[in-house]
Design a protein. Structure first.
Lengths: 124, 105, 97
């Protein structure tokens, strides 16, 4: 599309808990790699994905890398806001997320807009 | 001479806890680099970044980290290429005892 | 007495429903892997397994990895040795996954 200079964003949707499978790690790898191409990137955490944002994760004893620690690097990679589905928090009894992450709570209308604004959507 | 810690096929150390400054000097010399204070500045930044985020940064972010800490004169690819020729992010992380940058595409 | 192990998060509702049909009050439940996220929930509903089971345990390594300290007093934190002991004490083990 030669006339469309404005880069439409990629949306990455995280709907998986962090350590039970590889989805969260693969999603993060894609986010970090996209940044190398200076792609406009939005990241949404919904469903079980919000478990990725719980504070004080310490996965050494299950031989995993600390994904929370890696998420904290996203602002340096140009991702300034992490969108979090408010309703998913309530459903799971979660009252506290890590305070060092740039979290923006969103409702279903805002989530729908994220999907519609994105040119490409990846769900993990 | 003491036994070197285990390294992978590309020369990256396997257990990050086995890294020492002496080992850094040895790995660097294998690559034909004699470490100076300028190298150590970058090695320290890289290791601090890894300790905070568990990520070995690829080139673009390495440049950004160096620029923020040491200014424009050093925060550019030409300077880093002078210190760590050909592939600065890969070479610097190897010498710093960190994993190979995963998002090197 | 049956030992039930559950390694999926509460969003797998079908799994929780099936477990709820089978479980009896004196059975043992061990939450492991993503199963430990159940410890965030309070459920006194006697038609739900969390409201039925008197003995619910969660593996410490999996809690710690996910940033959960079992602040749910109804759930006891255990290690792998406890897991082995409970397995040998029960007549059979059913893995819910």
């Amino acid at each position: 599309m030669p006339n469309d200079n404005k880069q439409k964003p990629i949306l990455i949707v995280n709907q998986s808990a962090p350590y039970g499978n590889a989805n969260a790690k693969e999603s993060l790898d894609l986010a970090l790699a996209s940044s190398a191409f200076e792609q406009a990137l939005s990241i949404l955490f919904t469903g079980d994905g919000i478990y990725q944002l719980l504070p004080k994760q310490s996965p050494d004893d299950i031989q995993s890398k600390n994904l929370l620690q890696m998420l904290k690097a996203l602002p340096i990679y140009g991702v300034e806001q992490l969108y979090v589905d408010q309703q998913s928090l309530t459903e799971r009894g979660i009252t506290e997320l890590d305070t060092q992450l740039p979290i923006v709570l969103v409702n279903s209308v805002e989530i729908s807009r994220l999907y519609h604004d994105a040119q490409t959507v990846f769900r993990f | 001479m003491t036994q070197q810690p285990e390294r992978d096929a590309q020369g990256f150390i396997v257990d990050l806890n086995t890294w020492t400054p002496t080992l850094a000097i040895e790995i660097a010399s294998e690559e034909g680099i004699a470490l100076t204070d300028d190298h150590w500045e970058v090695i320290t930044l890289l290791r601090n970044f890894y300790m905070e985020f568990s990520i070995s940064p690829a080139m673009r972010i390495l440049v950004k980290i160096v620029k923020e800490a040491l200014g424009e004169d050093k925060g550019n690819s030409i300077y880093l290429l002078t210190l760590f020729p050909q592939s600065p992010a890969k070479l610097a992380s190897k010498i710093s005892g960190l994993p190979k940058p995963t998002n090197c595409l | 007495m049956i030992l039930h192990t559950l390694n999926k998060s509460p969003s797998n509702e079908a799994l929780s429903e099936q477990l709820s049909q089978v479980i009896q009050a004196d059975d043992q439940v061990i939450l492991l892997e993503d199963g430990v996220y159940h410890s965030l929930l309070e459920n006194n509903d006697t038609s739900h397994w969390l409201g039925i089971a008197a003995h619910v345990h969660a593996l410490n390594d999996d809690l710690k990895a996910r940033g959960l300290t079992s602040n749910n007093s109804a759930i006891k934190t255990i290690d792998y040795a406890d897991f082995v002991r409970l397995s040998s004490e029960c007549d059979k083990v059913i893995a819910w996954y």
